[in-house]
Write a protein that binds this ligand. Structure first.
Ligand SMILES: [Zn+2]
Length: 154
């Protein structure tokens, strides 16, 4: 079995990792890009399973999942496609390939920056609109007119 360790880089796994299968409720995970670690005690005879999505950034490959776990996602896909709560769990456990974690952090940072800019725009717009209306009404009561082009720059 090959495991993705970079955008275009894969490595062949050794035993026991080569025998590990996928589960949406795994008992193991991949840490430090190549260490298969147990997430809990695994009794003899139990299959070692990790969440393949923690190592996937394929952009095209998906796999039907029949792991049988409660909450099975039914499809194994890229880490970026997982619900945020599941992403956060794996990230907090350091069970995500580093190239995927870095990309996700930069995507989230960009998204957060865009959202913050949008929030500032909304707040500015929300603050400007009533203020200019009040100001305009106040000025009109005094028989004055506000310069609309200047009001938009506030
Ligand atoms: Zn599943």
């Amino acid at each position: 079995m090959a495991i993705q360790v970079g955008p275009d880089r894969y490595i062949d796994t050794l035993a026991p990792g080569v025998f590990a299968n996928h589960s949406c409720a795994p008992n193991a995970g991949v840490r430090n890009d190549r260490d298969l670690v147990a997430l809990r005690d695994i009794p003899p005879g139990e299959e070692i399973r990790y969440d393949y999505s923690t190592t996937m950034d394929e952009k095209s490959f998906t796999m039907v999942c029949r792991c049988g776990a409660p909450g099975c996602r039914q499809v194994v896909t890229d880490f970026a496609d997982l619900p945020a709560a599941i992403q956060d769990f794996y990230l907090s456990q350091r069970l995500v390939m580093s190239f995927i974690a870095r990309r996700l952090h930069s995507t989230r940072a960009a998204s957060t920056g865009e959202q913050a800019a949008a929030d500032r725009g909304l707040k500015r717009g929300a603050r400007t609109e009533p203020a200019s209306s009040v100001t305009e009404r106040g000025l009109q009561k005094k028989g004055l007119r506000i310069n609309q082009s200047c009001a938009m720059q506030i």
